[in-house]
Structures are given as C-alpha cells and as structure tokens.
Design a protein around this ligand. Structure first.
Ligand SMILES: Cc1cc2nc3c(=O)[nH]c(=O)nc-3n(C[C@H](O)[C@H](O)[C@H](O)COP(=O)(O)OP(=O)(O)OC[C@H]3O[C@@H](n4cnc5c(N)ncnc54)[C@H](O)[C@@H]3O)c2cc1C
Length: 274
C-alpha cells in the first residue's frame, strides 16, 4: 500500500523483523517556563540528544517518567535485540517536540497541566535537574506543497503540534486556525502565515465541541486541507462530518485523537478512522 505524501501513519511491517528501536535518550530538565496557568514549557538537555533527528511538523516523542525517587529506568537489549526493562517499564506518555535546537542540544516540550495524570503531575513539579528519558521522534507528516488552503483545529494539547505545522506552511497559504482552550487565560500566541486567520474558542460543553461547531460553520473549498487534533470522541465527530457530510477527499483530511476523556495513556496512533 502506498501512503499519501502527508501521511504520518506508521509504516506497516516496519517491526518486528525490522530495525529495533534505539534506547530512549536520558535527559535532564534545564529550564521550566509557565506559558499560561495550565501550560508549562519544559526544556530538556543531555549529551544523548546529539543525533536527535530534526522532527517533522506535528511529530511526537515518547516521554519516560522517573520513579518516585527521581530515577529513570534504563532498558537493556534482549537476546533478539528488543529493549527489555529489568526494573520494570517506566510510565510513558506521548508529547510533541515543540522546538529542537541542535546547536544548543535542547528540546522544548509544552505540557498541559490538566490535573490527574502522571505526566501532567510530573510537569507541574518539574524543575531544573529533574531527569527523564525521551524516545523518538516519530511521525513523518509532511506539508503537501500543493496545498494552498488550510483549516487547522486543536485544543491545548495540540498547540505545540499546530505551532510546528504553521511554521512549516509556505508563506502564501491561506486558511483558518481554530483553537479551543479552557478560557482566555489559556491562549498562547502562535506564528501563522499572513493569510491564515487564528480564532480562539473558550471550551463550551464537551471537550472539542467548540471545534466541531466551528468546523460546521466553516467555508471549506474542494481543495482545503484539514488537520485536527483534540479529544478522541470529538475527532471522530469531526472526521465523519468532513468525509460524509462535506465530502472532502480523504487524503486532504488528517485527524488525530490526542487524548480521550476517562482514558489513561491514549495511544499515539489514533487517526480517528474507526
Ligand atoms: C501524537 C500526540 C502528541 C501529543 N502532544 C502533546 C503535547 O505536546 N502536549 C500535551 O500536553 N499533550 C500532548 N498530547 C496528549 C498527551 O499525550 C495526553 O494528554 C496524555 O494523556 C497525558 O498524560 P497524563 O499522564 O498527564 O494523563 P493520563 O494518565 O494519560 O490520563 C489521566 C486522565 O487525564 C485525562 N486527560 C489526559 N489528557 C488530558 C488533557 N489534555 N486535557 C484534559 N484531560 C486530559 C484523561 O482523560 C484521563 O482521565 C499528545 C498526544 C499525542 C497522541
């Protein structure tokens, strides 16, 4: 099966039998900056970040959290080359590499402090010197150079991905970005090409409902490319609306469930296609 050029679905057959994942990189927090009352930027550094691949737009990393003592488990290569965790597999969550600075050897990640989750709790307490480990980057979404018109939507968890996507768009594209956040104090300025209008929505009702509402009112051309990431149920509503009601061609629609109400550790490969 050949994948469309902007697909970031995992390649089938890449594993097992293919190349094994390298061990996660051991990193240390060197800076923490609150961006809003509910979002914090954490900057990681470490010699092991040398060789970290320049992430594609909307790429993801795996964050391995330390134990209660602050120690990060290290894997060993098993007999078949797969990673094994003699001390138990650490808690792992998916995040977006917001900014990788190869010269400085730093990686910035934005965490939503949504409350009750190990990663959100860790980020709320993170300070320079805290240790973690990072796997990836994964995801190979690339901007279709022929895509001149965009409709982009997401919630707080997708702001870093949307920022990387906006930075990757050619200067002359036109479009709309719709962002949903809990309240006005949760908004973060994003860099957008001059022809792209950014609109913020306060959360109203279910997570993602304001985005779906904005989508239903959107003027979408036949050539509009859509990228949406937010709560998984809202993503499904948005996707079926785009494909079934608006009849947008499938290759122009990228939808990503980034988290799901009531579910811990939502998978990183939820494209909302079920
Ligand atoms: C490809 C990808 C990229 C992502 N990039 C980022 C990123 O850059 N920054 C970021 O903050 N998140 C990002 N996420 C989302 C992040 O992985 C999830 O929010 C994750 O669940 C957080 O882990 P946790 O340990 O804090 O909570 P979990 O233990 O996973 O969940 C605990 C509870 O918290 C709820 N919950 C989880 N996330 C949220 C949320 N955002 N808002 C409200 N409730 C929530 C769950 O429904 C669950 O009930 C990304 C997800 C994917 C798939």
């Amino acid at each position: 099966m050949s994948l469309p050029p902007n697909s970031d679905r995992p390649r089938r057959g890449g594993r097992p039998g293919g190349p094994r994942r390298p061990p996660p990189r051991q990193v240390e927090v060197v800076d923490v900056r609150p961006l809003t009352p509910r979002t914090v930027a954490v900057v990681f550094a470490g010699e092991s970040l040398a060789g970290f691949a320049e992430p594609a737009p909307t790429a993801h990393i795996k964050l391995f959290l330390p134990d209660s003592e602050g120690n990060v488990a290290r894997p060993v290569a098993g007999p078949d080359g797969r990673l094994e965790w003699p001390d138990g597999r650490p808690t792992m969550r998916t995040y977006t590499p917001r900014r990788f600075d190869a010269g400085a050897g730093t990686l910035e990640v934005w965490f939503v402090l949504h409350g009750d989750g190990p990663a959100a709790r860790w980020a709320a307490r993170a300070e320079p010197g805290c240790r973690a480990a990072i796997g990836g980057p994964g995801g190979r979404f690339s901007v279709d150079p022929a895509a001149a018109s965009w409709w982009i939507g997401g919630d707080e968890s997708a702001l870093p991905a949307i920022a990387t996507l906006l930075e990757a768009l050619p200067d002359d594209v036109t479009g709309q970005v719709h962002l949903e956040a809990e309240g006005a104090e949760d908004r973060i300025g994003l860099p957008a090409p001059a022809g792209v209008e950014v609109t913020w929505h306060d959360r109203a009702g279910e997570p993602g409902a304001a985005l779906v509402d904005a989508l239903r009112r959107a003027g979408l051309g036949d050539d509009t490319h859509v990228w949406i990431a937010c709560e998984a149920s809202a993503v499904r509503t948005a996707r079926s609306y785009l494909l079934d009601d608006r009849m947008l061609p499938r290759p122009q629609v990228t939808t990503r469930g980034y988290w799901r109400v009531g579910e811990a550790d939502h998978p990183d490969h939820d494209f909302g296609e079920d």
